[in-house]
Design a protein around this ligand. Structure first.
Ligand code: IDC
Length: 533
């Protein structure tokens, strides 16, 4: 290699490290800011709590988030290379405001702005105008310059985000807004007008229009699933795994369709019977997944309150049982990377849970959400071979879901060496439709072809960060695959956090009985999807 080439390679490497570093930092930072919603309810006490939680999480999350962002980027690259282009779409600016908290005699809330360019046009030096800011005061605004003129918030780029690339997304702009009355938050428009060179390139209602169009398209195709008489549990009883299928007590193929909570430590209010009943009766869900983070701030194995967390799991299982629904107890490995890190806690936890629920037909154990980092299938299998006998000693036949490497994407690594000598074991495949596409489906397909039972215990239709734009086309492809293969699924996540994967609209603080307008765009999609054939 000549020295010119060497210099260029070194420069490219430095540039890549810088881009990934800055990108990861910014996204990590923003996620930390958004986490405050976990407790943005009414009291100052809660805000203080949120602030400290935010700090803890900012410190603990950024690593996993950064890794995921890098991964998301390389996946996206791969997809581009594979030529999986869904054609030319529109450009729009989406504005989301979360549920306000009381503050200094008024209210504060977080508002995020996303520029999504699904077209192949590129733009520079933009301005965004958002209405509804008449009585608002901006306390803090990141990644843009701003001024308020009358009712309109005008945003201009800072140096690094001047350019809007083709098929790109900018979700780094956000702000904390203070208003006098709670109602003032409702004035903030849900979209922004995008102006480039004095010309409007996206109207303020562009995002809303796309949402409505997609809803109409779904309605046109929709064949409602008939409402079952009696509860899912009464009708289908103890489930088991036959081949790659879940079958019910009558030996008929059965599909679990459900909703995952967010971390129960951060969003405990959604673990309530009315919420589960709404999901069962209005959405047609037959399963709930209770996600208990193990290693992040507030997690079970770090500084979380173990008794409180176990109490929430126990309440959640009881509500699901009373409603005749199936329920997954999810040991939400994420920041810990390798489930072996907290295996001693896991042993005690699953001993306690499996002895408590040994006689119930509706409890499913997910023993490690998403091993990641350098964790191999071999590492996971070793962990499983310790945890499975503990559960089996109490509960002979419950379905147990085992996570797979790379955030439960690499189920193909199980093929040569599955767990043997155990019935009713399934393997997790997780996807976020805007990031994970055919390449992950192919892994799942290879596993199914090899007789490995797959459970989609977590997914969403946005990107792997849990945020960003929705990829409806990819979501459709996934749902077709899921239904063709009778796969069971549960969707991330039941909360109103200001992120795309949250199922409840960020401005809605109700914890059950949601109307369609109170669901997020993802929530509406999921409800339509679960309740259709
Ligand atoms: C995300 C949440 C986000 C939270 C973060 C903590 O959506 O609010 O701040 O975790 O690290 C997963 C994980 C799931 C992630 C989700 C989105 O199982 O915990 O939730 N995701 O990033 N795997 C792929 C994506």
């Amino acid at each position: 290699m000549n020295s010119k080439n060497k210099v260029s390679i070194i420069l490219i490497l430095i540039a890549t490290v810088l881009i990934i570093g800055i990108g990861g930092y910014l996204i990590g930072k923003k996620q930390g800011q958004a986490e405050s919603e976990a407790t943005t309810q009414s009291t100052t006490e809660k805000i203080t709590e949120a602030a400290s939680e935010e700090k803890i999480e900012e410190a603990t999350e950024s690593e996993a988030t950064e890794e995921k962002t890098t991964e998301a980027k390389s996946e996206e690259k791969k997809e581009e290379k594979d030529g999986d282009d869904n054609g030319d779409g529109a450009i729009y600016v989406k504005v989301t405001s979360n549920s306000p908290w009381e503050k200094d005699g008024g209210y504060g809330f977080q508002c995020d702005v996303m520029i999504k360019n699904d077209s192949s046009e590129e733009y520079d030096d933009w301005e965004i105008q958002i209405t509804g800011f008449k009585d608002a005061e901006i306390e803090n605004l990141w990644n843009a310059e701003y001024e308020i003129v009358d009712d309109v918030l005008k945003l201009k780029p800072v140096d690094f985000n001047k350019h809007i690339g083709a098929k790109s997304e900018n979700k780094d702009i956000g702000m904390i807004v203070n208003v006098k009355s709670k109602d003032a938050t409702k004035n903030i428009a849900k979209g922004g007008t995008l102006i480039v060179d004095g010309k409007v390139v996206a109207e303020a209602d562009a995002a809303e229009k796309i949402r409505e169009e997609k809803k109409k398209e779904r309605e046109a195709k929709r064949e409602p699933r008939p409402v079952e008489e009696g509860t899912p549990l009464d009708n289908h009883g103890a489930l088991s795994v036959k081949g790659t299928d879940i079958v019910d007590k009558n030996g008929e193929k059965y599909q679990l369709r459900g909703v995952s909570t967010h971390g129960i430590a951060w969003f405990p209010d959604y673990v309530n019977k009315d919420a589960f009943q709404t999901l069962r009766d209005d959405w047609g869900a037959n399963m709930i997944r209770l996600a208990m983070y193990t290693d992040e701030g507030g997690g079970y194995c770090t500084d979380g309150d173990k008794d409180k967390l176990k109490g929430l799991v126990s309440d959640g299982v009881d509500y699901a049982t009373e409603l005749g629904m199936y329920v997954i107890i999810d040991w939400h490995v994420l920041h810990d990377l390798d489930p072996n890190k907290n295996i001693d806690e896991a042993k005690l936890f699953f001993e306690e849970m499996s002895s408590k629920y040994a006689d119930q037909d509706n409890v499913i154990y997910e023993i490690c959400n998403e091993p990641n980092g350098s964790t191999t299938w071999d590492d996971i299998k070793k962990y499983a071979e310790v945890i499975l006998p503990i559960i089996r000693n109490n509960d002979k036949d419950a379905i147990i879901i085992v996570g797979t490497p790379t955030w439960s994407q690499d189920v193909d690594t199980v093929i040569p060496d599955p767990i043997t000598g155990q019935e009713n074991i399934m393997y997790a495949v997780h996807f976020y439709a805007a990031t994970h596409k055919e390449n992950i489906r192919n892994k799942a397909k290879d596993a199914l072809d090899a007789g490995i039972p797959v459970f989609i215990s977590e997914f969403s239709i946005c990107d792997a960060s849990g945020n960003g734009g929705i990829d409806y086309d990819s979501a459709d492809e996934w749902m077709e695959f899921i239904n063709d293969n009778n796969l069971s699924y549960s969707s991330w996540s039941l909360c109103n956090k200001n992120e795309t994967s949250a199922l409840i609209a960020p401005e809605c603080s109700k914890t059950s009985g949601w109307t369609d307008d109170e669901l997020s765009e993802t929530g509406q999609w999921l409800k339509d999807t679960i309740s259709s054939k």
